[in-house]
Design a protein around this ligand. Sequence first.
Ligand code: ADP
Ligand code: MG
Length: 234
Amino acid sequence: MSAPAPVLELEQVTRTYGAGDGALTVLHGVDLVVRQGEYVAIVGPSGSGKSTLLNLAGALDRATAGAVRIGGHELSSFSDAGLSRLRATELGFVFQQFFLLERQTALENVADGLLYQGVRRAERRRRAAEALERVGLGHRLDHRPAQLSGGECQRVAVARALVHEPRVLLADEPTGNLDSASGATVLALFERLHTAGTTIVLITHDGRVADRAPRVVTISDGRIVADECVGATA
Ligand code: ADP
Ligand code: MG
């Protein structure tokens, strides 16, 4: 059987901030391929370059050198508007902060994830309700963020990231703001989504993830120092 198609490819990617004497290179020639259906945890000390890597993989930032491809599209040829469009259609993002609109219901927050697609309002709401069902919040459609727990807010954010069926879900410390029990619920959700076929790249400090993810990539000082398939069954 041939390997699933790559969804994300980084080839000799370098990122340098600033120029001249003050230039700081924080990623040094990183190679990484993520294939459809994978669940990859990225771990490493604070300041090692994890967020920089995810931002490049998510077309939120441009590499100083090297190539980034998403679904086979090489990013350097895209305009800024083209990158925005690519992000909105091909990628889903979850961050430590939930970035939910306080005055909107869970349903409205998630439906906003489809604004770029030109989907009509009724259809946006139908698909948002479906996405909220997927994250176990079908009974909270009309709640506003203040009426939800932190873990529930993060699950709304996950639903918003998934509502347009992205190729890959990128998450940067998604449990970083949650108590341990809510964090566990969110991690269980990621595992469930992965089992159902979602491709996930997740940055975390949480040892429980590194223990359970099928593949763990370790970054240190801007380099990948380990890339292990740990949970894979033969
Ligand atoms: P991590 O997510 O692993 O904690 P980051 O990717 O956020 O690490 O940061 C890696 C290094 O790059 C750090 O030393 C950080 O200070 C530096 N850095 C991050 N963003 C910028 C920026 N916009 N300008 C200059 N330095 C930055
Ligand atoms: Mg970070």
